[in-house]
Design a protein around this ligand. Structure first.
Ligand code: 2P0
Length: 322
């Protein structure tokens, strides 16, 4: 007999960054991080537990090789004695959006697979499971602002997301400036391993980032936009400095990325409050208040390939349960 569950999850963007693993096998981070979950864009995943043979379909095509294996290995974490399973997953956002899709993908997969397996998990345990698939996924279980604590335990059970409760919604926007839509030059895991092993700046990033997470959390609770942007840009700068000083250098930024940073400086000079962040790729995400989003979008249109304006999204959720 088979059982089936479907879940949806939104991607998230780190305001204070996760970069570097203290345990590769368990996907444990070197530092804590803090993110916002986005609206509009989502991944929808159906897991059928107990079919004739394993099958993974991603965005309408049969997944093969390492891509399929990563999904199947994840199902083994849900139950090592599992039956063959079918996973059908698709995302509604374009690859060109420049958003990390693994965050929503493994959050939706963790939720759908555990439900299909009849193993209802508490949110923290679900976040630990999602983290094993992809670090950033542990933050996508919740909407709004999320704090992923690094944790101290060697088994990683205290390394998961925590929602940051705020009394009422904060009307912020993330304006995604797509500078370049190609595949990334160096995968995140490889980039993290190399940075941690070879960059003299990496310990500086780690030492400062933990404090930046706490400051950013206070800024969210106090609705202090300028303080939040300060933490975001500092963490981003230290992360990219550590990447650039790795051997060989891990270089994700392009000239067009820096052009967006100059455009943000111009906006600020005109009195528009906004700030930037970049991840493991050249695209720039600009954080601003909802009232300023159209102005930010106008300033970036024409400068980059595409601009997406996103709000803050909700938690991952089951839309079909056995
Ligand atoms: C983040 N990034 O905090 C950081 C900032 C990119 C730069 O999480 O190896 O796909 O699967 O744990 O989560 C991208 O890395 O990496 C990421 P794995 P993941 O959002």
């Amino acid at each position: 007999m088979s059982t089936q569950a479907t879940a949806v999850a939104h991607p998230n963007i780190a305001l204070v960054k996760y970069w570097g693993k203290r345990d590769l096998a368990l996907n444990l981070p070197a530092t804590s991080s803090l993110s916002v979950t986005l609206d509009q864009f989502l991944t929808r995943t159906t897991v059928t537990w107990g079919v004739d043979q394993d099958e993974v379909v991603l965005d309408g095509a049969q997944a093969q090789g390492a891509v399929a294996q990563r999904v199947l290995d994840f199902l083994d974490l849900v139950a090592s004695d599992r039956p063959p399973c079918r996973v059908i997953s698709g995302s509604n956002f374009p690859v060109a959006a420049g958003l990390a899709s693994s965050s929503s993908a493994f959050a939706a997969l963790a939720l759908a697979a555990s439900a299909a397996a009849g193993r209802a998990l508490e949110p923290a345990a679900l976040s630990v499971l999602a983290r094993r698939g992809s670090g950033s996924a542990c933050r996508s279980l919740w909407g709004g602002f999320v704090h992923w604590t690094r944790g101290e335990r060697s088994d990683g059970l205290d390394s998961h997301g925590h929602p940051i409760q705020i009394p009422e919604p904060w009307g912020l926007r993330v304006v995604v400036a797509v500078v370049h839509a190609g595949p990334k030059a160096v995968g995140s895991t490889q980039g993290m391993v190399r940075t941690r092993a070879t960059s003299p700046v990496f310990p500086v990033f780690v030492a400062e980032n933990e404090g930046l997470v706490l400051q950013a959390k206070q800024a969210v609770l106090a609705r202090d936009f300028d303080a939040l942007v300060g933490c975001m840009e500092r963490s981003t700068t230290l992360m990219h400095a550590s990447m650039l000083t790795a051997v060989p250098s891990v270089r994700y930024l392009k000239p067009g990325s820096l052009a967006v940073l100059d455009a943000v400086d111009d906006l600020r000079a005109r009195g528009v409050a906004c700030g930037w962040t970049m991840d493991a790729g050249p695209n720039v995400k600009v954080l601003c208040r909802a009232a300023d989003a159209a102005e930010v979008e106008r300033s970036l249109n024409g400068l980059v390939r595409a601009v997406n304006v996103l709000g803050l999204g909700g938690p991952a959720r089951l839309v079909e349960a056995p």
